[in-house]
Design a protein around this ligand. Structure first.
Ligand SMILES: NC(=O)c1ccc[n+]([C@@H]2O[C@H](COP(=O)([O-])OP(=O)(O)OC[C@H]3O[C@@H](n4cnc5c(N)ncnc54)[C@H](OP(=O)(O)O)[C@@H]3O)[C@@H](O)[C@H]2O)c1
Length: 248
């Protein structure tokens, strides 16, 4: 006998930063699972365009800077008229950092905090207000990082933003009273444009310190995203670490 589903599986998912790296992998995976997906980034890549050609009725995408709140809100409204009401949000877009705190300008600090913390919270607020006004139940998945839980040089502001999103996830889960499930996924380091600053020596070091002996892959994160968006699990307000126990 199947148990009653209190929050139904997501049917229209908005993914920020869906043009490459983990975001693109999430978009592709959800489309293959039959979900309608909206994705944006500042630059639309050929890979995202190709997915649009493969799934013309399921994918809506465009060029939006998450720091331009008005553009983000216009995009959300366009998604709703094209795909239907958004009932899930994956906050994935972020920028990295590769500078010691003492060498990071105040402007750069502000840019990291704006892009990785303030703008995702503004977008979340906008999407949530529309979901609640429509009486929808739904899901939020924040992609954070192991950097929020362990220290890494060169990533002070970045780590602060990811810790901020982890904390926001817990309070959102409380505020939303189970009507909208809010969770975070904290991956370990994986190869992408963001982590390209890590040299082979640093990557080897991470692998050596990882009990599973494997660097995290975006593919390792996909089943967790799918579970949090589509399954009936009663997981709420949690940060799920996917790093092969590198941080343990
Ligand atoms: N790579 C890692 O080792 C690692 C580890 C743990 C957690 N994470 C987290 O995983 C997520 C994905 O990271 P990734 O490694 O896949 O990064 P990535 O390859 O650099 O992709 C980042 C995505 O975010 C978009 N983006 C960045 N700034 C944006 C802005 N202002 N407005 C709209 N979109 C923007 C990028 O597109 P545009 O630049 O064209 O806008 C791109 O689509 C991030 O939240 C990251 O913090 C990464």
């Amino acid at each position: 006998m199947t148990s009653e589903v209190s929050v139904p599986p997501a049917s229209v998912v908005l993914v920020s930063g869906g043009s490459r790296g983990l975001g693109l992998a999430i978009v592709s995976d959800l489309l293959a699972a039959g979900v309608k997906v909206a994705a944006f980034a500042r630059t639309v890549t050929p890979e995202l365009t190709a997915l649009g050609e493969k799934y013309p009725d399921q994918l809506y995408y465009g060029s939006v800077d998450i720091n331009d709140a008005a553009a983000g809100q216009a995009f959300v409204k366009k998604v709703e008229t094209t795909l239907g009401p958004i009932d899930a949000l994956v906050n994935n877009a972020a920028i990295g950092q590769d500078s010691l705190h003492v060498h990071t300008s105040a402007d750069h600090l502000a840019e990291i905090i704006q892009t990785n913390l303030t703008s995702p919270l503004v977008l979340t607020r906008f999407v949530l207000r529309r979901m609640l006004a429509k009486g929808l139940k739904g899901r939020i998945v924040n992609i954070t990082s192991i950097c929020a839980q362990r220290g890494y040089p060169g990533l002070v502001a970045y780590s602060a933003t990811k810790g901020g999103m982890d904390a926001a996830t817990r309070s959102l889960a409380r505020e939303l009273g189970g009507r909208i499930l809010a969770n975070a996924i904290a991956p370990g380091f994986f190869a992408s444009e963001m982590s390209a600053v890590l040299g082979p020596t640093q990557l080897d070091q991470i692998v050596r310190r990882t009990p599973t002996g494997q660097l995290t892959e975006p593919d390792d994160v996909l089943p967790i995203v799918r579970m949090l968006l589509l399954e009936n699990t009663n997981i709420n307000g949690q940060v799920l670490v996917v790093d092969g126990a590198a941080s343990i």
